[in-house]
Design a protein around this ligand. Structure first.
Ligand SMILES: Cc1ncc(COP(=O)(O)O)c(C=O)c1O
Length: 399
């Protein structure tokens, strides 16, 4: 049978794919024409150890040939070990995890946990305050949290339990939180919102008002967690400590997994029967995640992420192009900021230069290389990005 095209077999949720990739190795992806691309996107910040990492492949194959599913009626060693690793990385002795299968699912689990926390105190304590420009997923609850009205509109009504406040207005945040608020939802760096770090003042005020109103501070670490910002968790690059974090993307280097980690009062909110996932805690996905965390630890990849992140940031600023107006981000989650809405054009030219990046906003290109990227690869990525910018400049006739 010849392989069908996406429009022949898939619902039309995605645009036409620009490439078909058939294999990958480290920071490199090979397409069906045999061309090697430098992957500075990692499947949307997922394959943090690069493609076909031998330790991950070995962990997956060993677990798949031992035990691949039990359901949540039974415990498995990989899931228990992973929960302990996540807890230890946070430094939360009383930390407790729940496993699911994606970032949106992690947010949904956290919504239910926050509601249980609230309703244990007051039946009406079910509201959430979230931020404009945020992204928390496409399932209905996570979509409601997402601070992007255009994404809501086709699916309204989504209820009235979320208030969105500007991501840079601590006073508006404080004014929106009251005793009926069960949680405040933030990302340390808004990934889909354009790789936009939140100001320390915003995070600090969020912590303060949560404490004042007995609400949980939930940090969505789906994109920023597991080393992406140069610490295990993004909140560890800030001065605030959340009550709950949501994880997914980089956790198992490409196998579907999601998790929440809660501590303190938040870890006491769920009771048996409150939440479940048939596949959650799947031993193969958990074995992959354990291997990811072991490799990051063993190879000191948090330090590499910080160093390579600085190298990438410095290199982006130094790019000789009239389009470049700056960069933002932290660790290896970065955006190149452009002077005009040309990021789709730049991203297209980058692909022609065999560099995979994405246009996260009309004037911002996202770069999320693997955490084990080398200095030579960073420099090569910058060289290709420079060529893409030149091509975009010529196309716009502004050279
Ligand atoms: C911060 C954040 N939360 C949640 C999600 C949703 O994750 P998923 O696509 O795995 O459902 C994403 C995906 O980009 C994200 O960046």
């Amino acid at each position: 049978m010849s392989t069908p095209t996406p429009d022949q077999v898939l619902l039309p949720t995605y645009g036409a794919p620009a490439r078909t990739f058939v294999s990958g190795h480290g920071s490199w992806l090979t397409d069906d024409a045999g061309r090697d691309h430098l992957d500075f996107l990692c499947g949307l910040a997922v394959t943090s150890l690069g493609h076909a990492h031998p330790a991950i492949t070995e962990a997956i194959t060993a677990q798949a040939s031992t035990l691949s599913h039990t359901s949540n009626l039974f415990a498995t060693t990989p899931a228990l070990e992973l929960a302990a690793k996540l807890r230890d990385a946070a430094g939360w002795a009383d930390g407790r995890a729940f496993f699911c299968n994606s970032g949106a699912e992690a947010n949904e689990a956290a919504i239910k946990l926050a509601r249980r926390h609230g309703k244990h105190r007051d039946p009406g304590k079910v509201n959430v305050v979230a931020l404009t420009g945020s992204f928390h997923g496409r399932l209905l609850g996570a979509l409601k949290l997402t601070g992007n009205p255009a994404k809501h509109e086709p699916f309204e009504p989504l209820g009235s339990w979320v208030t969105h406040v500007p991501h840079d207005d601590p006073d508006a945040l404080a004014a929106a939180v009251d005793d009926r608020t069960c949680a405040v939802w933030v990302e340390v760096v808004q990934g889909e919102g354009g790789v936009r770090p939140l100001d320390a003042a915003m995070l600090e005020r969020a912590r303060e008002v949560c404490d004042a109103h007995d609400a949980l501070l939930v940090v969505d670490e789906v994109q920023t967690g597991i080393g992406r910002l140069g610490e295990w968790y993004g909140w560890q690059t800030t001065s605030v400590v959340p009550d709950v974090i949501c994880l997914a993307k980089g956790l198992a280097n490409g196998l579907p997994i999601g998790a929440i980690l809660a501590h303190g009062v938040a870890a006491k909110a769920f009771q048996p029967g409150d939440h479940a996932s048939t596949f959650g805690g799947n031993p193969v996905a958990c074995a992959a995640a354990n291997a990811v965390m072991d490799v990051i630890d063993r190879e000191d990849l948090l330090a590499n992420t910080r160093a390579m992140g600085e190298r990438l940031a410095d290199g982006m600023i130094a790019l000789d192009s009239p389009h470049v107006v700056g960069q933002r981000g932290r660790g290896l989650l970065r955006a190149l900021l452009l002077d005009a809405p040309v990021s789709a054009t730049v991203t297209g030219h980058a692909l022609e230069q065999l560099l995979v990046v994405n246009n996260v906003a009309s004037d911002a290109v996202r770069l999320a290389p693997p955490l084990n990227v080398t200095p030579d690869e960073i420099d090569e990525g910058l060289r290709r990005l420079g060529l893409a910018l030149s091509a975009a400049t010529h196309e716009n006739g502004t050279s």
